[in-house]
Design a protein around this ligand. Structure first.
Ligand code: GDP
Ligand code: MG
Length: 167
């Protein structure tokens, strides 16, 4: 099985960190600074009979006055077309206007969506997750929620397995 997997989300949620950890190499630059990923990047992971082509995207930005932001929003939206699986990355607790912007696009994709809740290593209280999960489920009832830590590699095996099953 083989297919394209788009990684989308607002800036700084950990999309590039996720891609790097899945590939086991530093393909994408990651940083605290938003707008580090300015272009779409492809990374190919082959494991057994499954070949997944991951597409890392620039985050979607709210501020549409700047040409660079518009460009990044366009390429992130374009990455949602013609893919087989979407990984929508959100933060462990926070939900912002920019997450909402991404959601409005992800809602309309026809392929399976995996809702990755990242940075769970930073969770002080696991109880925080439940209301967040309920909120996310209400927004995207069809999506499967996968809590991970992209940085520490927590639960990424599960994520990759779910991706493989949907290709
Ligand atoms: P992107 O803009 O969505 O591509 O985000 P990056 O991958 O560049 O990551 C943004 C920041 O979040 C960086 O400082 C990362 O080190 C940090 N980060 C990413 N994933 C995790 C995680 O699982 N846990 C923690 N604690 N930090 C993370
Ligand atoms: Mg990035």
């Amino acid at each position: 099985r083989c297919g394209y997997v788009a990684i989308v989300g607002r800036p700084n949620v950990g999309k590039s960190t996720l891609l790097n950890h899945i590939l086991g190499q530093k393909l994408a630059i990651t940083s605290r600074k938003p707008q580090t990923t300015r272009h779409t990047l492809l990374g190919i992971k082959t494991e057994g009979a499954v070949q997944a082509i991951y597409v890392d995207t620039p985050g979607m930005h709210k501020d549409n006055d700047k040409a660079l932001n518009r460009y990044m929003n366009r390429s992130a939206s374009a990455a949602l077309k013609d893919v087989d699986v979407v990984i929508f990355v959100v933060d462990r607790t926070r939900w912002t206007d920019e997450d909402q912007m991404v959601l409005e696009r992800v809602k309309f994709v026809k392929c399976p969506v995996l809702l990755v809740v990242n940075k769970i290593d930073r969770l002080d209280d696991k109880g925080e997750l439940l209301p967040h999960f309920q909120w996310l489920t209400a927004q995207l009832p069809e999506a499967e929620i996968v809590p991970v830590s992209a940085q520490h590699g927590q639960n990424l095996d599960t994520l990759e397995k779910l991706v493989g099953e949907r290709l």
